[in-house]
Design a protein around this ligand. Structure first.
Ligand code: SF4
Ligand code: SF4
Length: 376
């Protein structure tokens, strides 16, 4: 599949892609670490929202600014900013989410050398009337800051087009996930991971074209075959960021298939449609208020647990693997209550703490095999 091959090449080397794209088009590339970044405005401004996933290099320069007990996403991102790997970035946007990202924002502003830096101080509690008013205000403020940084005007027409493009992209990503869940033979979980990762870094018009082709090919290929559940167990992943395609292959080799996820670099990225009628800023604000919440935000005491159980049941998952990035406090705090929800629903789970480097193949496989063996 030609479209998939291209997407995989980009996912495996996003920095070269961004560098070439920048040289070819001159479009501003704007870095961000979090799926609460209102990307629709960056697209409307003619820019490319570029999700940062940390680094695969050794971390040394960042250690002069950050404690060793910060998560590897934050430390790795800073390392790449300081060592010049992100030279293609025009600026960076920091939504107000976890403490680590907020502190990184201050350090980044003082030490990384990019043309602009915007904080988007989103509300923390999302389910109140005042949060809605505040969110609209924040997104309007982001629009003004972006216009000033790029010396352009974001028109209502630009915003409306952006909403339409984003809705199409997110809908297609959802369809690809559904195909994977309903007909796992059609596309591997590792390939779905590459599609999502590329979707967060690519020029979005180019992405849209590739996704249309890919989805066409997949729909023709989808066999409708379900998993042979005696030999393969259906697994769901839950957590924050996952930047480890090897996890999917290790699970496959252990007799399981990832058929859905609740990751911020997964279903939480594409979940939630934006209303295409009415005020665009209000509609964008509404999506960020109502999408499945991450642990750095609040929307009641049970919403995330209910959503996790609902998704696990809907996709017939035999078990859930929590991927916890080492030193990620928000997800560590949410874990006991989410596990309790799964226990109460009779869905087995395990917690896997990961860093930039995964445990050795053998160790990972043993843990997965032990878990998979106990699933019905
Ligand atoms: S888990 Fe939440 S705070 Fe962390 S990167 Fe994802 S959306 Fe942002
Ligand atoms: S939510 Fe967790 S993984 Fe994401 S930046 Fe914050 S501490 Fe790191």
């Amino acid at each position: 599949m030609e479209a998939l091959d291209k997407i995989k090449r980009i996912s495996k080397d996003p920095y070269s892609y961004a560098l070439n794209l920048k040289q070819a088009t001159g479009k501003p590339v704007i870095g961000n670490f979090c799926s609460y970044t209102p990307e629709e405005l960056i697209y409307a401004a003619g820019g490319i929202p570029f999700r940062l996933f940390g680094t695969k290099d050794d971390i040394s320069m960042a250690d002069a600014h950050l404690q060793a007990y910060c998560c590897s996403l934050v430390r790795g991102g800073l390392e790449d900013a300081l060592n010049g790997n992100l030279s293609f970035l025009d600026g960076t946007v920091f939504p107000h989410t976890c403490d680590s990202i907020q502190r990184l924002s201050d350090i980044w502003r003082l030490n990384a050398d990019f043309a602009f830096h915007i904080d988007v101080v989103l509300p923390v509690k999302l389910d109140t009337e005042s949060a809605k008013i505040y969110m609209v205000d924040v997104i309007n403020g982001f629009k003004k800051n972006l216009e000033a940084a790029l010396n352009i005007t974001i028109t209502r027409e630009n915003l409306t087009k952006s909403i339409i493009v984003y809705n199409r992209i997110r809908k297609m990503l959802g369809e690809i996930y559904e195909i994977r869940s309903n007909s796992p033979d059609s596309i591997s979980a590792a390939d779905v991971y590459h599609i999502i990762k590329a979707s967060m870094v690519m020029e979005r018009d180019e992405l849209l074209e590739l996704l249309i082709k890919l989805l066409d090919e997949l729909k023709n290929k989808a066999t409708g075959s379900t998993l042979d559940t005696k030999n393969k167990k259906r697994i769901m992943l839950s957590g924050g960021i996952c930047n480890h395609p090897d996890i999917y292959t290790a699970l496959e080799e252990s007799g399981a298939e990832v058929i859905w996820d609740d990751l911020c670099t997964g279903s939480r990225y594409f979940e939630g449609e934006i209303n295409e009628t009415g005020g665009p800023i209000e509609a964008i604000a509404d999506r960020y208020l109502t999408r499945i919440v991450c642990p750095a935000k609040h929307m009641g005491m049970t919403v995330r647990g209910e959503s996790l159980v609902h998704q696990a049941k809907k996709h017939d998952a035999a078990g859930v693997i929590f991927l916890l990035l080492k030193f990620c406090d928000p997800h560590a705090f949410d874990y006991p209550y989410l596990k309790q929800f799964l226990d109460d629903a009779g869905i087995p789970s395990i917690l896997l703490e990961v860093e930039e480097q995964l445990p050795s193949d053998g160790q990972l496989k043993t843990r997965f095999e032990t878990f998979v063996d106990m699933l019905d």
